[in-house]
Design a protein around this ligand. Structure first.
Ligand code: KG4
Ligand code: ZN
Length: 326
């Protein structure tokens, strides 16, 4: 089956074509225009998707060497995400599905992040644990099969990506904050500043990062001439240590041997190395960086799985900005 995937949940405009589980072409355009505002401006993001989608779809199809008429289904992110940007993608996808007279399926963005790991390792088998760490979510899932997920724990306040983004803003770094903090941390000592870790008792799988952000704010306020590299490295390590410790606890609790990481924060190299240090005996899938951050390959791949099983959406399906996985 040939499925075209469209992703517009936030500030990445992405289009991909999937043919029987293989990605023929995957295009991502990151909207750099938001950097000067220090965060995503929803109205601008929606307009950028509108501006880019047509050209990116044509490019993806031509680059794949297939005829437009061979597309058998469209998969598009239905949620969660920003209302305006979701509407841009879903409206475009509906028009295309009507024009091509093919099926359309609305895809959950979080579920697609998890399933991106099958693109990284097609031999991946259920069940597995997924640490899902993005700009809006920090969750640990037990993934038993398609549409069969147990939430083991999640954040009570800020997501890990949000902690990176807010921390970067406090340190006067650019947006998105994750890559900025990671770059600076390479030159710093992660043990220089002792930042707090939350919910570390009784092997809890819940997370909280808002206290960490506040303590960074206090630290910066109370100290002059800080070594930004040391502070960034210590802050990053406070996030990573919590994520990896809880991932390990989740593996122990469920007796699972395989785990995967997903979402933008999963592209962090210090996180990846720490997982290897803490869980050397476990099978861990590390998807390539372009499969961790927002992309349409994961949307097309998951959409194809659903369409092949006969699931599709009615043409008037709504966007779901707060869409949940279960
Ligand atoms: O999954 P994603 O691309 O978009 C959402 O669905 O949210 O995740 C974006 C988040 C941002 O908060 C960004 O700062 C973070 O992922 N991120 C990183 C890195 N690259 C992106 N965080 C830490 N280290 C990175 N290298
Ligand atoms: Zn995402």
């Amino acid at each position: 089956m040939i499925v075209l995937g469209i992703e517009t949940s936030c500030d990445e405009t992405a289009v991909a074509l999937c043919h029987d589980g293989n990605i023929l072409c995957s295009e991502i355009s990151t909207q750099t225009i938001h950097r000067k505002f220090g965060g995503v401006v929803p109205e601008i993001a929606s307009r950028e998707h509108e501006r880019l989608l047509n050209e990116m779809v044509n490019y993806t199809i031509n680059n794949s060497g297939i005829e437009k008429s061979k597309i058998e289904g469209i998969a598009v992110t239905q949620g969660p995400g920003l209302s305006g940007t979701l509407i841009s993608g879903v409206s475009f996808a509906k028009g295309l599905a009507l024009g091509l007279n093919c099926k359309i399926v609305g895809v959950n963005h979080l579920e697609a992040h998890i399933f991106a790991n099958f693109l990284a390792d097609p031999k991946l088998k259920f069940p597995f644990i997924c640490l899902l760490v993005s700009g809006g979510h920090t969750q640990i899932w037990l993934v038993n099969g398609l549409k069969d997920y147990n939430l083991l724990g999640e954040t009570r306040d800020d997501a890990a990506g949000e902690a990176f983004d807010k921390g970067a803003r406090i340190l006067g770094l650019g947006y998105p904050g994750g890559p900025e903090i990671e770059k600076l941390s390479e030159f710093g000592n992660k043990k220089a500043v002792k930042f707090p870790r939350s919910f570390m008792q009784k092997k809890s799988l819940e997370f909280s990062f808002s206290g960490l952000k506040t303590s960074l704010l206090y630290y910066v306020d109370e100290h002059v001439n800080i070594c930004k590299e040391d502070v960034a490295a210590s802050y990053q390590f406070a996030i990573i240590e919590v994520l990896v410790t809880k991932l390990k606890w989740a593996m122990e609790k469920t007796k699972c041997f395989t785990c995967v990481i997903a979402g933008g924060v999963a592209s962090n190299n210090a996180l990846r190395s720490h997982i290897n240090v803490i869980m050397p005996d476990k099978k861990v899938i590390f998807p390539e960086l372009s499969l961790c951050t927002d992309n349409a390959a994961m949307i097309a791949y998951l959409g194809e799985l659903y369409l092949k099983k006969g699931y599709f959406s009615p043409i008037d399906f709504p966007i779901m900005p707060n869409m949940k996985l279960v």
